[in-house]
Design a protein around this ligand. Structure first.
Ligand code: BDR
Ligand code: CA
Length: 310
């Protein structure tokens, strides 16, 4: 089977960690590099978390650190969601592997330009690195297949009433990416809040009784607790795993193609992903907006992928 070559650009993050674990387990994906963004926590912490996760699950892949702050704004982090470390809850050993000396955008450029097949980018944090890549090295565009990202929402937000966290942290970067002309798959809150794992289903993963299974269950324990206390939800939305799951099993998602703009100047709406439902802008429908998912199949996919780690 031809694997889809991907670069994961992430800010781990509980759900980023699960997205990485899924991507490395899937026989449909070939993860060529991991780069880190500043978002859920500071750039040092997200890099450190990515290295720890990759060491723990036993994969060897080039890793590089991305931008230390958004293009134009101060970095906003999310300790209330992911804790002080960005990966609060499970105790796993410190990283022993090291990142490459080169910056994330140079590693991405190298992987993209050296690849015989077009690369799919999978950003699960703010879009700073992807925007910088496209600005600094526009030649990479011809060898990018698509961008499957977690961010935005057709309706509402989770950080402000209008904006989702990843887009809100760096709306200028998001605008560059959304305006790039590259095909975008947007796993926003519309789908991620349907891609929920319930408290009792976490036990299925814990019962796999493998070291990665227990790690995932403990990540979920922390995430479920936060979503219970703050959002009064019966489980937790698995935001970032949607961007990976779509590549593995697109048939379990509902989607529609729309033109999407990013609001960068609104008093109340900065960071909003403005979806042109009624085709009023006349713009090219550049974004596949994920709107629904078969929740049971989504959870089964996660359990199946986690079970591949012995
Ligand atoms: C997004 O923000 C972060 O908290 C998660 O990792 C996810 O990427 C959800 O809004
Ligand atoms: Ca994330």
């Amino acid at each position: 089977m031809r694997k889809i070559p991907v670069i994961m650009d992430c800010d781990p993050g509980h759900d980023d960690a699960i997205a990485l674990i899924m991507a490395f387990a899937s026989e449909k994906l070939d993860v060529r590099a991991v780069t880190t963004s500043a978002g859920n926590q500071t750039p040092e912490k997200t890099l450190n978390n990515a290295l720890k996760i990759l060491d723990y699950i036993g994969v060897d892949v080039p890793v590089a650190q991305g931008a230390k702050h958004p293009l134009l704004r101060e970095l906003e982090v999310a300790p209330e969601v992911h804790g002080e470390s960005g990966l609060e809850g499970p105790e796993i050993p410190d990283a022993t592997s090291k990142p490459l000396e080169m910056p994330a955008i140079d590693l991405m450029r190298k992987v993209i330009m050296e690849s015989e097949e077009k690369i799919t980018l999978v950003p699960t944090g703010p879009l700073t690195n992807i925007a910088m890549l496209l600005l600094a090295y526009p030649e990479v565009k011809v060898n990018i297949e698509q961008i499957s990202l977690m961010g935005g929402a057709a309706y509402g937000g989770n950080w402000t009433p209008a904006a989702e966290f990843n887009i809100l942290v760096d709306p200028e970067a998001a605008k560059i990416v959304y305006d790039s002309g590259l095909p975008i798959i947007m796993a926003g809150l519309d789908v991620t809040h349907k891609a929920m794992i319930m408290k009792e289903e976490v036990e299925i993963i814990r019962d796999l009784d493998s070291k990665v299974g227990i790690f995932v269950a403990e990540l979920l324990d922390f995430f479920v607790k936060f979503h219970d206390e703050v959002w009064k939800l019966p489980g937790c939305p698995l935001h970032d795993p949607c961007a990976v799951a779509y590549l593995i099993a697109p048939e379990i998602f509902e989607s529609k193609q729309y033109a999407v703009d990013i609001e960068t100047k609104g008093e109340f709406t900065t960071g909003m992903t403005v979806v042109d439902f009624n085709h009023q802008t006349g713009k090219e429908e550049n974004v596949k907006v994920l709107l629904g998912v078969d929740r049971q199949k989504f959870v089964d996919l996660i359990v199946n992928l986690v079970s591949k780690y012995k």
